[in-house]
Design a protein around this ligand. Structure first.
Ligand SMILES: Cc1ncc(COP(=O)(O)O)c(C=O)c1O
Length: 453
């Protein structure tokens, strides 16, 4: 069969509310043209993020009922531990309340002033935690990772020559670890190949430096390897996942992505001594090591999620629905970051509205236009999010992130129709200016206004 279906049927539904254009206009004005300030009830299709917004399965909900809430040694912890060990091969597994809590512990242990941490692209919370420790975060993604039209199959790869050069410049004693983010969220959800991971590992070995993964989307990365990397088509996803983790000395994971849950995180270590130090920090701010920052029921849901996310019919549908959205937009003349990555489609806002200069937030104009036109909430990843220091970011993007197992193909068709209609009337999109904004992370709470065209 050519048709790829959602490999589930729907048992519980959550109604979504259709609003009028006049209502949405009022909502937008009240929100200061900032979709983070809009109530979710006023949104029809919410593509703000894929993090923690997925739907759990009936088995996961059953796990919620089975959760053992004992303070120490809960049965649910051992279920979580056994499943995570089976999937990743790691012995030292600590639960945290979400990915950034894992990052905070990792960089409290390995970060510090004067140190340099390379990554393909740091996600914003990872960068913030590296910098909070006093270390410097350096992004070393390959050049193709910055070019929206490049069809390189692994645009999340790290530039291995630049990694070598960094070691030579600063000295291995100032590089406490190397990180790889799979898939590369800040770089368009693009995958990292096994070949690249092995090459990065070899550089780390040459300098006796540990390699850690930011592995939130490990299953999506593995499926893209299966589809795109020569020699991997006949390997199973669990095998590819296992090889990915085998190449690393540790990992931070936000379970809100490929854990298929609404909250949760993990930190994994190969080294027993480092793991013990992390456990001590975990007790300080998260909780006892057999629950971390979570309830027993959450651990059950993650254990089940880590099984379901590796089913190939799920991953086929998941990656295909993102690709389908990307292909239809491209066919309609909308420039996206090519090829489609794992969890989102990123539209090139500079190409979408060339009449709006970067300083007047073309990405945010598209985000507001989509909400006004069709009640769809996307997010700007461009000069509003990253331009606070006065420098324009390399790409001006609008991200349509797809929650897992939430929307059907007709929802995606609606999104395609809305984007193409908006494109047809893109001349009506207006420049924006900031009215008020906080000094940091301004995109969350800034208020803006539209200027005359
Ligand atoms: C690549 C990456 N790393 C880390 C995080 C942080 O995870 P959390 O939101 O669970 O703290 C995210 C969240 O979106 C992410 O995409």
């Amino acid at each position: 069969m050519k048709t790829i279906i959602e490999p589930f049927r729907i048992k519980v539904v959550e109604p979504i509310r259709v609003t009028t254009r006049a209502e949405r206009e009022r909502v937008l004005q009240d929100a200061g043209m900032n979709v983070f300030m809009i109530k979710a009830d006023d949104v029809l299709i919410d593509l703000l993020t894929d993090s923690g917004t997925g739907a759990m399965s009936s088995e996961q909900w059953a796990g919620i009922m089975r959760g053992d809430e004992s303070y120490a040694g809960a049965r649910s912890f051992y279920r979580f531990y056994d499943r995570t060990k089976e999937v990743t091969g790691f012995d030292h597994i600590l639960p945290t309340h979400q990915g950034r809590a894992s990052e905070r512990i990792l960089f409290e242990l390995l970060g510090g002033p004067g140190l340099v941490v390379p990554n393909n692209n740091h996600f914003d919370t990872t960068r913030a935690n590296v910098e909070h420790s006093g270390a410097k975060a350096v992004d070393l993604v390959i050049a193709e990772g910055h070019q929206p039209t490049s069809r390189h199959p692994f645009k999340g790869n790290m530039d291995v020559e630049r990694l070598e050069a960094l070691f030579n410049d600063v000295g291995a004693d100032r590089v406490p670890l190397v990180m790889l983010t799979v898939t590369n969220n800040s770089g368009g959800g693009q995958p990292v190949s096994l070949e690249n991971m092995r090459a990065v590992r070899a550089v780390c070995d040459a300098h006796s430096t540990p390699l850690f993964l930011d592995a939130c989307r490990f299953a999506e990365n593995a499926y893209l390897i299966k589809k795109r990397e020569p020699g991997c088509a006949d390997r199973s996803v669990p095998q590819i996942v296992r090889e990915t983790f085998d190449l690393a000395d540790g990992a931070t994971i936000s379970a809100k992505k490929d854990g298929l849950v609404n909250i949760g995180g993990l930190i994994l270590f190969r080294d027993a001594e480092l793991a013990q130090q992390a456990r001590n920090l975990l007790i300080l701010t998260e909780g006892f090591p057999t629950y971390g920052g979570l309830a027993g029921r959450d651990l059950e849901a993650i254990a089940q999620g880590f099984e379901e996310v590796l089913h190939e019919d799920y991953l086929r549908y998941r990656l295909r629905s993102v690709e389908y959205l990307g292909e239809k937009l491209l066919a309609g003349g909308v420039q996206i970051v090519e090829p489609p990555g794992g969890h989102a489609i990123y539209m090139d806002a500079t190409a979408f509205c060339p009449h709006i200069p970067t300083k007047s937030f073309p990405g945010q104009a598209v985000v507001c236009g989509l909400y006004r036109h069709a009640g769809i909430r996307a997010v700007e990843i461009g000069s509003l999010m990253f331009g606070g220091d006065g420098e324009a970011p390399e790409m001006e993007l609008v991200r349509l992130a797809i929650p897992r197992r939430v929307y059907t193909q007709s929802h995606i068709d609606y999104v395609i129709e809305a984007v193409l209609e908006l494109q047809a009337e893109r001349d009506t999109l207006r420049p924006l200016e900031i009215v008020e904004a906080p000094p940091q992370l301004r995109h969350f709470t800034a208020r803006l206004r539209e200027l005359p065209a």
